[in-house]
Write a protein that binds this ligand. Structure first.
Ligand SMILES: NC(=O)c1ccc[n+]([C@@H]2O[C@H](COP(=O)([O-])OP(=O)(O)OC[C@H]3O[C@@H](n4cnc5c(N)ncnc54)[C@H](OP(=O)(O)O)[C@@H]3O)[C@@H](O)[C@H]2O)c1
Length: 233
């Protein structure tokens, strides 16, 4: 195992919420975070403001993923970590969803996470070292009405993460899932949904947990969850 491998961590969906807080948290802890997201202007602004590398990477554009990963690894060396954080919310009656809405959620939250992992894993396995951390959700631990497709996307990633965890750990690669409750981010507003976020964790609290899971390479933190103490009413 090489100790000289740079701890570069690619974060998807890094221009807002948990992703943005995580980039800052990793940078401040001495990691080499690489920020990515789907909006070119936001990525450039983030890279300049935070003093980190930024890449345009739309995880729902599956055909472009391996090219972007190749470019990142050619610029920064092999990735030590990948945090599959990019995600979008969809809420309402299943019958009212349009096919495009359904496709966007599955392409982003589910297939995006799978294809990102597929692009980085061979390198990690060949080096016998690496970490993939998937931001899942408490929505993958229970079922309720009005979130059928978001829930389907996250349940799929719960299964994917658990299977890969067992497959990759013997090869020195950690695959872990983080299952947060409500985070005070723009996710609901972006989806056009009003949500009271007074009782929620901050993106910084969520980021600290993710960083803690990344820190100790001798541990595979399997299914780590959490929610605000005020959320137990
Ligand atoms: N907020 C919650 O209560 C909550 C709870 C549990 C789990 N989560 C999960 O936590 C993760 C982060 O969510 P958040 O709350 O921080 O939401 P957020 O503030 O809306 O941030 C989501 C980020 O993902 C980016 N993104 C969206 N689609 C993308 C795509 N196709 N390719 C690349 N980037 C894309 C967004 O970019 P744009 O700004 O350009 O859209 C944004 O930077 C998600 O996986 C979410 O499902 C959130």
């Amino acid at each position: 195992m090489s100790d000289t491998l740079n701890k570069s961590v690619l974060v998807t969906g890094a221009t807002s919420g948990l992703g943005l807080a995580l980039v800052r948290c990793l940078r401040d802890a001495g990691y080499h975070p690489i920020a990515s997201a789907r909006d070119a202007e936001k990525v450039s602004a983030l890279a300049a403001a935070e003093g980190v590398a930024g890449y345009l990477l739309d995880v729902a554009d599956h055909a472009s993923i391996s090219n972007v990963i190749d470019r990142i690894e050619s610029d920064h060396g092999p990735l030590w970590g990948l945090v599959n954080n990019a995600g979008i919310w969809l809420e309402g009656d299943f019958a009212d969803y349009t096919p495009d809405q359904i496709k966007a959620v599955l392409d982003t939250n589910m297939t995006g996470t799978i294809m990102m992992s597929h692009a980085v894993l061979p390198g990690m396995i060949s080096r016998g070292r690496g970490t993939i951390l998937n931001v899942v959700s408490t929505g993958a631990l229970y079922t309720r009405k009005l979130i059928s497709i978001y829930s389907a996307s996250k349940w799929a990633i719960r299964g994917f993460t658990g299977c890969l965890e067992a497959e990759c750990a013997p090869q020195g690669v950690r695959v872990m899932g983080f299952y947060p409750g409500k985070i005070n981010s723009a996710m609901y507003e972006t989806a056009g949904v009003e949500r009271d976020l007074e009782v929620s964790m901050t993106p910084q609290q969520a980021a600290l947990m993710v960083r803690t899971m990344l820190d100790d390479e001798t541990m595979v933190w399997s299914q780590v969850g959490g929610r605000s103490i005020l959320d137990y009413t």
